[in-house]
Design a protein around this ligand. Sequence first.
Ligand SMILES: NC(=O)c1ccc[n+]([C@@H]2O[C@H](COP(=O)([O-])OP(=O)(O)OC[C@H]3O[C@@H](n4cnc5c(N)ncnc54)[C@H](O)[C@@H]3O)[C@@H](O)[C@H]2O)c1
Length: 359
Amino acid sequence: MAQARIGVIGLGEFGIQHLRCFRQMGYWGEAQLVAACDNNEELLEERMAEFDFNGYTDYEEMLDNEDLDGITVVTPDYLHKMFVVAAAERGIHVLSEKPLDVSMEGCREMIEAAESNNVLLQVDFHKRFDEYHIAMRQKIEAGDLGEIEYGYAHMEDRIEVPRDWWPEAAEKSSPGWFLGIHFYDLARFLMGGANGTRVWATGVKKKLTSLGVDAWDSISAKVEFDNGATIMFDSSWILPDTFEAIVNQGIRMVGTDGLLECDSQDRGTITCNYDEGMATHNKSFLRERYDKQGRQIFEGYGMDSIADFARNVNVLLDGGTVDDLGEYPDGYDGLEATRIGVGVHQSVETGDLVDLTEL
Ligand SMILES: NC(=O)c1ccc[n+]([C@@H]2O[C@H](COP(=O)([O-])OP(=O)(O)OC[C@H]3O[C@@H](n4cnc5c(N)ncnc54)[C@H](O)[C@@H]3O)[C@@H](O)[C@H]2O)c1
């Protein structure tokens, strides 16, 4: 079996998860972490001290010098396109972090670049890999809910994310782009690929502006889908530092014959200590263990979603086609989630109901 030769671009807060994923795939002979790039030299050196790869500050140099089969893009939300297109043009498969892009034109450009160069374009929508969500979808597909009429989803970060991690980037992003997008996609996944048709959304700027960060605190959106369902999506990143976890998240759906509810954060483990107080843990997303050789291993849907990309690349390297890959979040899923995101932000800015089919 092929072992995809992988490069990673963007080695910040989440880029480290990509490095962990491909390092351990190397232990198992599934993929090779060959190279990685970050234009922050200090951070690059820090990562190179922990992981074994050829380091670059210039992504084009990395793409041109290394014989890569695939790259993953883990730069800020609004900065995915140039890396995706540059890789596609060189015949290199790509996994982009979510959202694929913050504009419809950007997504379309990436899809076009991937299709015309015959490369895989995948999006890291990891909520699709959460076993609880997969079980929800199986119930929905089995007809347990009948026809879905309405639903509700929320994803909320503690305030440290926009306030401490990256305030400048937060001003260029929003809770809708950073968090809401996960659940715009998850709703589509659960409803068998239903697409958004109309949206009305509101946003509030209060808490973060009072702290000197000019970013939306929260965005609430009501989205109508082409299967007749309407889903409410709340996203925010102003939960108090004392909240029980870094993220709060969940989804419920109600149909003609039943309902489903999922707490996507609290999976039943509660801890309490003097530093953190009470805490709940989503160990489905990420959990750490050491294998028999004493090597650090990370597991959970956060890893599965990234690993799925390398496994897909392996299938293609072994002579398979895109049809052999089964279901995976592709460029069109990225586009449809972005369509909702664009509509949400347009509605927040204008106060109007937005027709998503016209975007
Ligand atoms: N799937 C998830 O659960 C999840 C979680 C967090 C973030 N994300 C996504 O991951 C992406 C990155 O988020 P983050 O929190 O890691 O941000 P971050 O700011 O911590 O990291 C981004 C990195 O990209 C680097 N970068 C920027 N421009 C570059 C360039 N031209 N060349 C090379 N490197 C460059 C920066 O130096 C930085 O180290 C975002 O799209 C975000 O939405 C996904």
